[in-house]
Write a protein that binds this ligand. Structure first.
Ligand code: NAD
Ligand code: ZN
Ligand code: ZN
Length: 344
């Protein structure tokens, strides 16, 4: 079958590989759609040894059950499913609580991360990773599993602060950020302030429920403070889906005393935390900072429910498998709006 693999650090190849089989407890899926996540670029850019090679990329997968392996109950050929991508150890304190995104044994285990992913005609996955999606388009189902789930989990972590009349600043309105705006609009009554360098992303944010938009740049902090208040007031929650130095600097300067910063983006910036109130500001007093990772299976089920109810819909740009490299190049250039989705 055809597959798109990282054959060495930084090297993405379109190649032929044997079609996998469904091992015990596994299901072989005919891949219907795979989201191109910015994390795939970070995986490609990672130093040798961090991720195994060769590795078929693609951790945002939806498909149709082809065959079921020994010992698998409850799934039949033809079932349409979304794949929960994380594979925890299943035994540690966190996994036993259903928090596989906090596994204490395998910190970033997953389909397309530590074993072959979905950028291929078929992928075999543990049956426990499947959630039904009914008649939803698979190009819509795939982005729910990460671009939908990760912001949903971040919003869950901040939900106590997301009360009516509060404000949430969302930085980076790409694959994850455009879903975050919709999740906030659908599940909270907060004022949503969207921030991006790209005017087209800000247009999208406005259409999806952002109340105000701010172009990222030298005066962004002042502009955001005009909307959410100046220190010690500010945004109740800041979701940073970029994680570069300029966005983290913005986040810490616009969050309120007692607000909350959630750093989702992996662009390599640093957020100093220092318990003093002098300049330059680090993080205000009483403001927790967290680094959420993906989400839980239970949360993915809720994300799928939001989509079924018509409250969450990815803005999708599709590419055939043969154009996967072009899709990633477009993502790197910042030319993708919403989510690029590969259709094998
Ligand atoms: P994306 O490329 O689709 O979106 C990024 C958006 O940020 C774009 O709209 C871009 O214009 C905007 N942007 C870039 N630089 C900016 C800046 N300086 N100021 C404001 N906006 C800026 O990426 P994505 O797939 O949505 O992923 C976003 C980040 O989240 C990536 O770093 C990815 O690796 C990470 N991620 C983390 C998790 C997790 O579990 N923590 C999960 C998935 C993705
Ligand atoms: Zn991802
Ligand atoms: Zn575990």
């Amino acid at each position: 079958m055809r597959a798109v693999r990282m054959t060495a650090p930084g090297v993405l190849e379109h190649t032929e590989v044997p079609t996998p089989e469904a091992g015990p407890g596994e299901v072989l899926l005919r891949v219907g759609a795979v989201g191109a996540c910015h994390s795939d670029l970070h995986i490609l850019d990672a130093p040798p040894g961090v991720f195994p090679t060769p590795l078929t990329l693609g951790h945002e997968i939806a498909g149709t059950v082809d065959t079921v392996g020994a010992g698998v109950d409850g799934w039949s050929p033809g079932d349409r499913v979304a794949v929960y991508g994380i594979i925890g150890c299943g035994r540690c304190r966190a996994c036993l609580r259903g928090e596989e995104n906090r596994c204490r044994v395998i910190p970033v285990g997953g389909i397309g991360l530590s074993r072959d992913g979905g950028l291929a005609e078929y992928v075999s996955v543990p049956a426990s990773r499947l959630l039904p999606v009914g008649d939803m388009e698979l190009t819509q189902a795939a982005p729910l599993t990460d671009a939908g789930l990760t912001p949903y989990h971040a919003v869950e972590l901040a939900r106590a602060r997301l009360r009516p009349g509060t404000s949430c600043v969302v930085i980076g309105i790409g694959g994850l950020g455009h879903m975050a705006v919709q999740i906030l609009a659908a599940t909270t009554a907060v004022r949503i302030v969207a921030v991006d360098t790209n005017p087209a992303a800000l247009d999208l944010a406005g259409r999806l429920g952002a109340h105000q938009v701010v172009q990222a740049g030298p005066d962004a902090v002042d502009r955001i403070r005009e909307l959410v208040g100046s220190p010690p007031d500010g945004a109740d929650v800041v979701l940073d889906f970029v994680g570069a130095q300029p966005t983290l600097d913005t986040a810490r300067q616009v969050v309120a005393t007692g607000g909350q910063v959630l750093l989702v983006g992996l662009a390599g910036g640093t957020l100093p935390v220092r318990p003093v109130a002098d300049e330059p500001p680090t993080v205000p007093m009483e403001a927790p900072v967290s680094v959420p990772f993906w989400g839980t299976r239970a949360e993915l089920r809720e994300v799928i429910a939001l989509a079924h109810d018509g409250r969450l819909r990815a803005d999708v740009q599709t590419f055939p498998l043969a154009q996967t490299s072009e899709a990633y190049e477009a993502l790197r250039r910042g030319d993708v709006h919403g989510r690029a989705v590969i259709v094998p």
